[in-house]
Design a protein around this ligand. Structure first.
Ligand code: T1G
Length: 662
């Protein structure tokens, strides 16, 4: 049960919020905080207050679960006004991730001090919202409109150092464990001073505080372009702009109105759905009471594109890695691949130079499988050929303990068959990473028929430690994501034969919010990949099923996509955007004629509806076959691995909504 306690020490009152796991400002916390302020008001000896939180973080936001219920007093904006109206200074002692409503509470305090590792931000746009408790009013008044907008519209947190530089906080303490002492010292220093003016003073407008010389029209245009159809970032910029010229009380009312409209809108419901779906997708009844095996060293077979990416992800997560390759040259290449990935992490500031050296030192390379002996998990990422993988599995099983988990990174081969080829098949699992493996968040954890709960629980825990969004899936051709993509790719190819053109289909997808259309994406990945898939499936293809050979014709002409300058589209150079190719248009029209198809016009609505319906039909089959445990799992896969626009919630979320609004 959430707790808000008050401790009186000398002339200070220390309020501590304890609402695990993230100290969300749930109704109980808001009520108890108001009660605590009332109690303190009764004690005339108190001349300063400290607001702190127990656990791993200061308040990290409102309780998302409450947004689907009627709001209950005291609302957070009112609690913050009460903080701001205190006649004595209140100091927020910040640690962990001070996000959303948490940062708004901190802005309602007179002062803010933070430990060095604290991160602060307004992630509301990631939930289809804007700050709804004064963030768009107080932040510009404190740190200026430009910095406030970059926090609010981008939804990305900043470090304590940046926050200090911007004036968002007043002091930094070296570490969490001396935060309270520092807050007490700070409080004693300011307790005799007059309280600083409340940020949201009813009369002042921010022009009197911090003039904003922003080119609003281009900022709004850039924000809209980056948002690709999501509305919250644009509303965020517009709300800050509108609030700059309003007295604080009117600005707070305007912000609340914008927040409520977004909260009750379709996009925020979709974004809150996917946020919670990602948190819950890997929580399986079968692993609930299992303690995952503790892993320290991970074996990776193969140092190529996938192997090196997986090895890098393991190193970044703190594991030791043993990389096995067939010979010294391949090993050197694998090591170089990992080093290059770590270099890019260094350049992006994800790791420090000293950390770079430490991580690379945790990578051991060998051509001898015996080196795998100390590993608790071995992942093969070798050539996508069953016989090759079967040999690799045998070599692994011959050198590791019977409880060492053996995983395959295959994207479509039958992992059940691979499991049967080694002893203790219950320790075999699929770990389908998405390239680049150290960047992409999605990881399909493929549960073989024989995998035991210990293997599954350990694989899911390993995925979490890598920072992945792990989605459990059953064994079938393409698991969840590739199987659904194969289904809507077929639908798009049918439409191409029936009258649409690749550029039309891609435009319909990007207008819907996909970062890239299917045909441009296939050109980027290489048309030979799906060509190989079709060749592999040819033997088992239903002869009665409609088959579109256009992709085969392109590959037979050596048109593999961007890498050859031509695929579905023309590419004038490596950086140029896809351009429709008259030769492809002619090829398509000739194929339609050869098949006796009378081509007809397609509009964007029909195209996108056909694509989404194809995803939903395949998703239903995947659920019926038990390949996915929940419809949410399908949404999580399509959004995190296949560019499905996040603000749409996923194909199955859309299906539920279509059903409820029908
Ligand atoms: N509400 C309810 N539950 C939440 C939650 C939230 N805001 N955030 C996390 N949880 C749950 C999560 O489902 C999981 O549950 C557990 O906490 C640990 O989460 C008024 C309107 C804070 C960086 O968007 O970014 O404030 O699995 O696994 O990796 O203007 O959680 O234990 O049952 O992610 O350590 C703004 C979202 C809200 C923050 C911690 N705040 N959360 O990461 O743990 S809107 C956010 C996060 C708002 C105001 C507006 C992360 C984290 P379970 P976790 P973590």
């Amino acid at each position: 049960m959430p707790a808000v306690t008050v401790e009186f020490t000398e002339n200070l009152a220390i309020i501590t919020i304890d609402n695990p796991p993230i100290n969300a400002t749930s109704h109980a916390v808001r009520s108890r905080l108001v009660d605590a302020l009332a109690d303190i008001g009764q004690n005339s000896a108190v001349n300063a207050i400290i607001l702190s939180c127990h656990g791993k973080t200061f308040i990290a936001g409102a309780d998302i679960g409450e947004f689907n219920q009627p709001a209950r007093d005291p609302l957070l904006p009112d609690v913050i006004l009460a903080l701001e109206a205190l006649p004595i200074p209140i100091i927020a002692a910040l640690h962990g991730t001070v996000l959303g409503g948490g940062l708004e509470v901190a802005l309602g305090c007179h002062y803010r001090i933070a430990s060095a590792t604290t991160r602060l931000g307004f992630p509301e746009v990631n939930l289809g919202l804007i700050p709804g408790a004064g963030g768009t009013v107080r932040a510009p008044r404190l740190i200026g409109a430009e910095n406030a907008i970059s926090l609010i519209a981008n939804g990305k947190p900043i470090s304590a150092a940046t926050a200090l530089d911007w004036g968002l906080i007043d002091e930094i303490t070296p570490a969490d464990n001396d935060l309270l002492a520092a807050a007490i010292a700070f409080a004693n220093r300011v307790s005799s001073l007059p309280c600083p003016p409340a940020l949201a003073t009813a009369t002042a407008t921010v022009t009197s505080h911090r003039p904003a010389n922003i080119d609003w029209e281009s900022l709004i245009a850039q924000t809209a372009q980056r948002a690709r159809g999501a509305v919250a970032p644009v509303i965020a910029v517009k709300t800050v702009r509108e609030n700059l010229g309003l007295p604080a009380d009117q600005a707070l009312a305007h912000e609340r109105q914008q927040f409520v409209a977004l909260r009750d809108g379709e996009q925020s419901r979709a974004l809150r759905h996917i946020f919670m779906a990602e948190k819950n997708v890997a929580k399986l009844p079968v692993t609930r009471d299992i303690t995952p095996t503790d892993l320290a060293t991970i074996g990776i077979i193969g140092g190529g594109l996938m192997g090196a990416g997986i090895a890098t992800a393991c190193l970044l997560a703190g594991y030791d890695v043993v990389m096995i390759e067939r010979d010294e040259a391949a090993l050197a290449s694998g090591h170089e691949n990992v080093s290059r990935h770590l270099q890019s992490s260094l350049k992006r500031g994800i790791i420090s130079p000293s950390r770079f050296d430490q991580l690379l030192a945790k990578l051991t390379g060998s051509t001898d499988y015996a080196t795998l002996a100390p590993t608790g998990l071995v992942i093969e990422a070798v050539f996508e050929d069953f016989a090759v993988k079967k040999d690799v599995f045998a070599s692994i099983a011959a050198t590791v303990g019977s409880d060492t988990i053996i995983a395959s990174n295959t994207s479509y081969l039958d992992i059940n068959a691979l499991a049967c080829s080694v002893s203790s098949p219950e320790r075999v699992i699929g770990l389908h990473f998405f390239s680049p493996a150290h960047i992409m968040k999605l990881l399909e954890v493929v549960c073989t028929d024989g995998a035991n709960p210990q293997t599954l629980a350990t694989a899911l825990s390993f995925a979490r430690k890598l920072g992945k969004i792990a989605v459990p899936t059953g064994v079938c051709d393409g698991f969840i994501g590739n199987r659904i993509m194969s289904a809507y790719r077929k639908q798009c190819e049918y439409m191409i034969e029936d009258g649409a053109y690749p550029e039309q289909i891609d435009a319909a997808m990007t207008d819907f919010g996909f970062p890239m259309g299917l045909f441009a994406m296939q050109d980027m990945a290489g048309l030979e990949i799906s060509w190989k898939t079709r060749q592999r499936q040819a033997a088992t293809r239903d002869p009665a099923e409609r088959y579109v050979a256009l992709g085969d014709y392109l590959c037979e002409q050596g048109r593999f996509g961007r890498k050859t300058g031509r695929g579905w589209f023309i590419y004038d150079d490596a950086k140029s955007p896809p351009r429709p190719d008259p030769d492809v248009t002619r090829l398509i029209e000739q194929e339609s004629a050869r098949k006796g198809i009378k081509r007809r016009p397609f509009d964007q609505t029909e195209i996108i509806n056909a694509i989404i319906s194809a995803m939903q039909r395949e998703g239903d089959k995947i659920l019926q076959e038990g390949i996915a445990q929940t419809a949410d799992a399908i949404d999580v896969v399509m959004i995190n691995g296949y560019g499905f626009p996040r603000f749409r919630g996923g194909p199955m979320f859309m299906k539920r909504n279509q059903a409820s609004s029908a």
